[in-house]
Design a protein around this ligand. Sequence first.
Ligand code: SF4
Length: 263
Amino acid sequence: MQALIAAGRLHTVCQEARCPNLWECYARNTATFLILGDRCTRDCRFCAVGHGAPAPPDPGEPDRVARAAAEMGLAYVVLTSVTRDDLADGGAAHFAATIAAVRRRLPRARVEVLIPDFQGNPEALAAVIAAGPDVINHNIETVPRLYPRVRPQADYRRSLQLLARVAASGIPAKSGLMLGLGEDEEEVCTVLEDLRAAGCRILTLGQYLQPTPAHLPVVSWVTPEGFEAWRRRALALGFDEVAAAPLVRSSYHADECFQALER
Ligand code: SF4
């Protein structure tokens, strides 16, 4: 997988974000493609992805991603990106072009996109929705009280509004939180209720892990039993599918979450 990704001059969030599940997913022949470069215009304090001035979008990337996905024989393709606040549409047109390229090469494959907030730009989101992905994921990441410390350039209400627009389009909306950054139980419950009220159907919950000493420290550890309790509470709130465990990440076993939703 690594050779194929390198040969395609591609990035995966698996590698860039130092995901602990990389070996398992690569061995399962799955990966989450990181489009629009590996330099993010934001600086979330939990994220290992590189920051700084990104290069212009590469017009050849959509087809390279589609070719790599076809070579991997993927039935479920996940696309994500860094946040490109330097672009008027936040990179939405590039997402749409990549979805279309994958659809051309793999007409039977399912496509999930994990998108940034496009700074709340409704036209940008509409362009991604119009490209017709099977699932649209946008992470809420943590509780609103922690936003200034954890993801200072993001906005909790803006993210909820984006998820509500996705749900209104009929495309399943998905979101996720990291636990262990200092949130309390009541705050997590409120976020789960807000996500449900926005129409979110799929949820991921995982343990925050500190990528480097320069990133935020882990404040608390949630046990596997604790995650199971959260999974049951979220299902009781009406989520169709919940993946909750210490090493669960946004796209971890994303195909299985979607199949469960279909069932
Ligand atoms: S916006 Fe996304 S890629 Fe950028 S720093 Fe935050 S989490 Fe990382």
